[in-house]
Design a protein. Structure first.
Length: 274
C-alpha cells in the first residue's frame, strides 16, 4: 500500500497554524485539544481572558503542539480586528481557521426578544464573515505554501465552520434565532467555498448534533436521557467524534472537499423531529 494512504499522512496536521474561535470551552476546546495533540500550533480566542489563558495552559501541558490565547469579545467588530491583527503580528500564514464562536437563545414565540436575533445573527453569521475576511491574507499565504500543480492547489488552506443540525431540520423546541442563524451560516459557508476554492481555500461545515457543552448543559440535564434514547446511535457526541471530523477536513484526506455540510449527529436527522 502506498505510504500516502497511511493515516499518519492522510490526517497529518503537525506544524500547521490553526485558529479556533470560541476555543476555550465546549466544541471549540475539543477541536483545539485535538489539533494540539497532533502537533499543530493553535491560537484560541474567547470573551473570557481567564478561560482562554487557562485552556492554553492546559493544552500546552499536554502537548506536543502549542496553544496561544488571544482573548477578545467577538460581538465587537473592533475586537475582531484586534484579534486578527495580533494573530498577523505573530504568523504570516494561517492553514486552518475554525469558526466556532457563537451563541444560542431559547424562548417562547410570544416572548422571543428582538435582541436575540440581533445577538445571534451578529455572532453566528456576521462575525464568521468578518473574521474570515480579515484572515484572508494569512489563508492565501498558507495556500501558496501548500504548492500548486497545473494551477491546482495541492494543500489548500481550510475554513471549518461549526454549524448545527438545527440549521438543517426544524427543531421541536423554540430556538428561532439560533436555528435561523445556523442555516444562514451553512449558506455562507457554501458561498465562501464557491468564491475561495479557486484560490486554494476550502470552506466546509460540521453541523453538530448534541454534545456535552455548556450551551447544551440545561437541555442534557432535563431531557438528556430522552435525546440519547431516540438517537439511532443511542448516545450523544464525544470529543473524538468532532476532532476526527475536523482532522479529516484539515488533513490530506479532506483536501478535495469544499462546500460540504457534514451532519455530525449519530443519525439524529433521520428522525422526523429533534
Amino acid at each position: 500500500m502506498s505510504s500516502s494512504f497511511q493515516p499518519s499522512n492522510l490526517f497529518n496536521v503537525a506544524g500547521k497554524i490553526v485558529f479556533v474561535t470560541g476555543g476555550s470551552r465546549g466544541i471549540g476546546k475539543m477541536i483545539a485539544a485535538g489539533f494540539v495533540t497532533n502537533g499543530a500550533k493553535v491560537y484560541i480566542s474567547s470573551r473570557s481572558a481567564k478561560d482562554c489563558e487557562e485552556t492554553a495552559r492546559e493544552l500546552n501541558a499536554a502537548g506536543p503542539g502549542k496553544c496561544i490565547a488571544i482573548p477578545g469579545d467577538m460581538s465587537k467588530y473592533s475586537e475582531v480586528q484586534r484579534i486578527v491583527q495580533e494573530l498577523s503580528s505573530k504568523e504570516n500564514a494561517l492553514h486552518i481557521l475554525v469558526n466556532n464562536a457563537g451563541a444560542a437563545w431559547g424562548d417562547g414565540i410570544d416572548e422571543y426578544p428582538d435582541q436575540a436575533f440581533t445577538k445571534l445573527l451578529t455572532l453566528n453569521v456576521q462575525r464568521v464573515f468578518n473574521i474570515t475576511q480579515l484572515c484572508l491574507p494569512l489563508l492565501r499565504t498558507a495556500a501558496e505554501q501548500g504548492g500548486k500543480q497545473d494551477e491546482a492547489y495541492l494543500d489548500p488552506a481550510r475554513i471549518i465552520n461549526i454549524g448545527s443540525v438545527e440549521g438543517i431540520v426544524i427543531p421541536s423546541h423554540e430556538t428561532y434565532a439560533y436555528s435561523s442563524s445556523k442555516a444562514a451560516l451553512h449558506q455562507l459557508s457554501k458561498h465562501l467555498a464557491s468564491r475561495l476554492t479557486p484560490e486554494g481555500i476550502t470552506s466546509n461545515v460540521i453541523a453538530c448534533g448534541a454534545f456535552e457543552t455548556k450551551m447544551m448543559a440545561h437541555t442534557l440535564d432535563t431531557v438528556g436521557d430522552l435525546i440519547k434514547s431516540v438517537n439511532p446511535s443511542r448516545r450523544i457526541g464525544t470529543p473524538e467524534d468532532v476532532v476526527g471530523t475536523a482532522m479529516y477536513l484539515a488533513g490530506r484526506a479532506g483536501a478535495w472537499v469544499s462546500g460540504a455540510t457534514i451532519a455530525l449527529d449519530g443519525g439524529f436527522m433521520l428522525l422526523s423531529k429533534l
